[in-house]
Ligand binder design. Structure first.
Ligand code: AMP
Length: 376
């Protein structure tokens, strides 16, 4: 391993939320030092890291400060400005590269990349004006979904269009910003595959996760997905192909739609740990967070096998409406784990933590985690 970043070295993480926190926990366990850049004092990852550069993501001086103390730099969310990564790329290995982040943080670039490489995506049209939206809704047909090109996650910046008459209202609602119009896909299920890719191009995939959303925010995720084995293999092959085409080093979460007609379509890419992979923390031989560390450090990748099927249920800030939830009630359940992210303020819709349940089957794991959450 001549170029591996070995334990004892420092890993810089851009972004200090729960994904950075869980990466930092994995890195600390393996004997690394961790430095985090995030504007919020006492952010979730800073509570675990050795150093915290408290600065905005577009503060290049601060990014250079992080790079100076790091042997490798990674990200925990893809909306870090690509220019910030570019500013430090001459100084330190940045994994994934700014080029990858530039694609993943812009829906039009992302969908164009996927379609251009022959990966299946829902029909889409670029939209830069009301007139373009009206033309696109005639071309794509209705219903359709208007999504802003940038800044959208967890369903933010999305408008459903039921008929061409909705175009004026939808264009206003997304702030008259660059967007794409996408066909509305009748969904059987939503799946995601997390693929891990090292600097040498070797990839390993987790079993697909089966996900449900509520208010456009991930609600539950079950691994392995309850789909036939050939479909699971097909989804993994698709994800690995995309990671290779994009030349990602680190993790790539590939969100997919299983359409009612049986087809798999790629919805979104996230070059970082993903909410639908949190089960791996408690149920896999190697968690997605440890894999991220291994991949960006150029170490051998770990096994993605699961000890047991597992399901997670997110804990949103809404749960705190009547005070602190009853943690003792869920901790009394022998196969349920509690994860809290150390966020000071519980706002509605804010991801505060998750529960993970393991069981003999994915169905039982899902039932178990939902029952546990209902006790809170
Ligand atoms: P996104 O922010 O693109 O991940 O979308 C959030 C959620 O909206 C997805 O997980 C789906 O549940 C739903 N959604 C987004 N795009 C489509 C589409 N083209 N067809 C059907 N459902 C969609």
């Amino acid at each position: 391993m001549p170029h591996a970043v070995l334990p004892g070295s420092t890993i810089g993480i851009l972004g200090g939320g729960q994904l950075g926190r869980m990466m930092a926990i994995a890195a600390k366990r393996m004997g690394y030092r961790v430095a985090v850049l995030d504007p919020t004092p006492d952010c979730p990852a800073a509570q675990v890291a050795d150093d915290h550069v408290a600065a905005a993501y577009d503060d290049h001086v601060a990014a250079v400060l992080l790079a100076q103390q790091s042997d490798v730099v990674t990200i925990e969310f893809e909306n870090i400005p690509a220019a910030t990564l570019e500013a430090i790329e001459p100084m330190v290995p940045v994994r994934p590269a700014s080029r990858v982040v530039r694609v993943a943080q812009h829906r039009l670039r992302e969908k164009s990349f996927l379609a251009g490489h022959g990966f299946p995506v829902p029909a889409f049209c670029p939209v830069t004006s009301l007139e373009a939206l009206q033309a696109a809704s005639r071309e794509i047909g209705c219903p359709a979904v208007l999504k802003t090109a940038t800044g959208g996650y967890d369903g933010k910046g999305q408008q459903r269009i039921e008929s061409p008459q909705d175009a004026v209202g939808a264009w206003k609602a997304v702030g008259e910003r660059e967007a794409i119009l996408e066909e509305f896909v009748p969904l059987e299920k939503e799946l995601s595959v997390i693929v891990v890719r090292g600097p040498g191009g070797h990839t390993v995939c987790y079993p697909p996760s089966e996900n449900t959303h509520s208010r456009h925010i991930l609600d539950t995720a079950v691994m392995p997905a309850m789909v036939p084995p050939d479909l699971a293999r097909h989804a993994q092959k698709l994800a690995a192909g995309i990671a290779t085409a994009l030349d990602v080093v680190g993790l790539l979460a590939v969100e997919m739609f299983l359409a009612r007609d049986g087809g798999l379509l790629v919805n979104e890419l996230a070059p970082r740990p993903h909410n639908s992979g949190h089960q791996t923390f408690d149920a896999a031989v190697t968690s997605q967070f440890e894999q991220a560390i291994r991949a960006v450090c150029g170490l051998p990748l770990g096994s993605t096998a699961l000890h047991r099927p597992a399901a997670i249920a997110n804990l949103l800030g809404d749960l705190w409406e009547c005070g602190e939830p009853d943690w003792a009630a869920v901790l009394a359940l022998p196969d349920v784990k509690l994860h809290l992210y150390g966020k000071a303020e519980a706002r509605p819709g804010r991801k505060m933590g998750h529960l993970c349940a393991t069981a003999d089957t994915p169905q039982e794991a899902l039932q178990r985690v939902l029952t546990a959450r209902s006790l809170l």
